[in-house]
Design a binder for this molecule. Structure first.
Ligand SMILES: [Ca+2]
Length: 301
């Protein structure tokens, strides 16, 4: 009997020890799960905080860039006939303003869109001379100018060295010539014979908004000056450099169509770019119309 008691007692005691172990393991599990949960909550909270900070910084950069953009529009509308060009910020082909706005560094540049070559109105000679100024090769310049002209003209008659639908098909392109006006400068990439390198050089020299064959070279870049005036690259650079030297004596150009670029950077490194083309109108009071509107964010560092 005593042995049986003893065995029962041992079983009983062993059972308590077993339950105690189970309880300890359970507590450890709960502590572990709680620790994981606490870490997760902390991480999620930190992530939310980071996202919230990033969104706030981006919004701040965007607001500042747009404010700078519209400030430039207002300044252009307020230009008086005999107003002089500012000596600071005049690059010879653009006017740049630097501002500090609500802790955000702002840089806003203004260009004259009419100082660019309009892809839809430029003459054969202007297109060829512009391509020649970039390429320095007369036969390649002729071919790309003819391809641009064929791309925009309504007919399917290929110019010498040009390119119409059949040539695009032979080249394996899924699309042909537009046989109509360029809608955007980016469309220039589609022209047969256009390379990425040539496009990168031409994109800042051309437009689809000037809607004129004549080019107002007062704010043209050296490349456009070289092509339109038929002078060498060195002469064009010299001419633009002289504009900078004479800044205080030059009148503020009468800009009818302006390209405005606003770049904003917050103290945490968030950057935002706003670019637009604006038609400045005279009429009953001065007003404006936005012709093109683009934006670009750069992630925080
Ligand atoms: Ca055509």
């Amino acid at each position: 009997m005593s042995d049986l008691h003893s065995q029962d007692a041992n079983r009983h005691t062993g059972g308590r020890r077993g339950n105690g172990g189970f309880a300890l393991v359970s507590v450890l599990w709960i502590v572990t799960v709680l620790a994981i949960l606490a870490t997760s909550v902390l991480q999620i909270s930190r992530l939310h905080s980071d996202i919230s900070h990033s969104v706030h910084q981006r919004a701040k950069a965007r607001t500042a860039a747009d404010a700078g953009f519209y400030l430039a529009v207002m300044q252009l509308l307020a230009v008086a006939p005999n107003m002089k060009l500012p000596e600071q910020g005049w690059t010879g082909h653009s006017i740049t303003y630097e501002w500090e706005f609500d802790g955000v560094a702002l840089s806003v540049s203004v260009e004259n869109e009419s100082s660019r070559v309009d892809l839809n109105f430029a003459s054969e000679r202007t297109l060829r001379d512009l391509a020649l100024a970039v390429l320095g090769d007369a036969s390649r310049a002729d071919a790309i100018a003819n391809a641009i002209l064929d791309y925009r003209d309504k007919d399917d008659l290929r110019r010498l060295d040009g390119a119409e639908d059949i040539d695009y098909k032979r080249a394996g392109r899924a699309f042909g010539a537009a046989n109509g006006p360029f809608q955007t400068v980016d469309e220039l990439r589609r022209v047969l014979g256009m390379t990425q390198e040539l496009f990168e050089q031409l994109r800042h020299a051309v437009t689809v908004f000037a809607e004129a064959g004549d080019i107002d070279t007062t704010m043209s870049t050296p490349l456009v000056v070289q092509a339109v005036l038929g002078i060498s690259s060195e002469e064009a650079k010299q001419l633009v450099a002289e504009r900078i030297e004479n800044a205080g004596e030059l009148n503020f150009p009468q800009i009818e169509i302006a390209r405005i670029r606003a770049a904003a950077q917050t103290s945490s490194g968030s950057r935002y770019f706003r670019e637009g083309v604006v038609l400045l109108k005279e009429g009953k009071g001065k007003h404006y119309a936005i012709l093109d509107w683009r934006e670009d964010f750069v992630r925080d560092n």
